[in-house]
Design a protein around this ligand. Structure first.
Ligand SMILES: [Zn+2]
Length: 387
């Protein structure tokens, strides 16, 4: 037999001995001896790793009348071999199928083409946007309506507080939180400061640095003036050009003095936008050289720009409306939405509120406002809209 050469144990004699025994015996003892021989044949066959030899030897056994045992073992061996090859075939096809799915879905996703497999299996939304989805994105990104959000930083609210920096000290954290929130929605704020705030910020280099970082990020630094007439003496910031108030206890300086403080805040040392309520104060206290004016608490958030003259100076004006959750005279978010959808070309949507209005209680509603504005309008600073 060819397989002899592959049986090193064959020369040791043990299998031959059993072969001789088998050949020498017959009759009643055969079954027992055949049982031994089956054992050694199996061992030999397994050692050799030669399945063909094993099967032939088993077939020989069957031929030699050990039909029941031989046939049973043959059946078991054949069944085992069948199971082994079936399992091997199954695992190879399964793994190749897995590779095929992986190969189809990963390298082509993101190539901008919706392959059939991506469409059917919905494995790549990036490539397989529906036509309607794509149009919707285009409409939003195409929005050109502009708006602005003005923040007023108020002086103290009483004669005593005006003498110190209590108000800016109390509400500086509110302002920081407000700007951080606006940044999340890419809202560029127009921050208008009363002189007390400039005083407070200039006393602290860290705060001045924070403020200038805001400016570098696209927010605007401007002036907010509380004159002695429009807001009443208790809400006056102490600065005025009106001589009749300059002998008062609260008086701190002229508008030039106020602007000397304010212009130290922005990097470029120039103020573009101011909010000065009340014509009775504005005619005297409008800061010289400031070209843009924003004002208004009621009367609507949408307006078109107007030219006006104050003290022989040409000014561009935009109206805004106040938004304070639960606040008196405040426009509601629904009204803002309605006005925004009805805006005409050359109109701007303007919102104003105070830094101290932005609290833990109102934050959610301001976030809702910012979300709406960021999704539907370009919110720019007043300077960027009007320049
Ligand atoms: Zn104010």
């Amino acid at each position: 037999m060819d397989s002899k050469a592959h049986r090193p144990g064959r020369e040791a004699g043990r299998p031959r001995r059993h072969e001789e025994q088998h050949e020498g015996f017959g009759g009643c003892g055969e079954t027992r001896h055949d049982g031994h021989m089956i054992y050694y044949w199996l061992i030999d066959g397994l050692k050799a790793g030669d399945k063909a030899t094993l099967i032939i030897q088993l077939m020989k056994l069957v031929m030699k009348n050990s039909i029941i045992i031989g046939a049973a073992i043959l059946a078991i061996v054949l069944a085992s071999l069948g199971t082994y090859f079936a399992a091997k075939y199954w695992s190879s096809t399964t793994s190749s199928e897995t590779e095929a799915v992986t190969n189809v879905s990963s390298p082509s996703c993101g190539d901008g083409v919706c392959q059939t497999i991506e469409k059917i299996k919905n494995t790549c939304a990036e490539d397989c946007l529906k036509a309607g989805d794509a149009e919707e994105v285009l409409v939003n990104s195409d929005a050109t309506s502009e708006g602005f959000v003005v923040i007023h930083m108020e002086p103290g609210t009483g004669a005593e507080e005006q003498k110190n920096l209590a108000n800016p000290k109390t509400y500086w954290p509110n302002l920081v939180s407000l700007v951080e929130t606006a940044d999340l929605y890419d809202i560029k704020l127009t921050l208008l400061f009363n002189p007390e705030w400039a005083d407070y910020i200039l006393q602290n280099p860290d705060k001045l640095s924070v403020l200038r970082n805001w400016e570098a990020d696209g927010h605007e630094i401007g002036y907010h003036h509380h004159g002695p007439q429009a807001h009443g003496m208790n809400y006056w910031n102490g600065y005025t050009n009106q001589i009749q108030y300059q002998n008062r206890q609260q008086y701190k300086g002229t508008i030039d003095d106020a602007m000397n403080l304010l212009t130290q805040l922005p990097i470029g040392r120039k103020i573009y936008t101011a909010g000065v309520a009340g014509e009775e104060d504005r005619l005297f206290d409008w800061p010289p050289g400031v070209p843009y004016r924003v004002d208004g608490t009621t009367g609507g958030a949408v307006d078109s720009m107007k030219q006006e003259t104050i003290n022989n100076q040409s000014i561009t004006f935009l109206q805004h409306q106040i938004f304070i959750p639960e606040g008196e005279n405040s426009i509601s978010l629904d009204e803002i939405r309605k006005e925004a959808t009805e805006m005409k070309k050359d109109e701007y949507l303007g919102i104003v509120f105070h830094a101290h209005n932005f609290t833990n209680e109102t934050k959610t509603e301001y976030e809702e406002l910012f979300k709406f504005l960021s999704e539907n309008l370009n919110i720019l600073t007043v300077k960027d809209i009007l320049t």
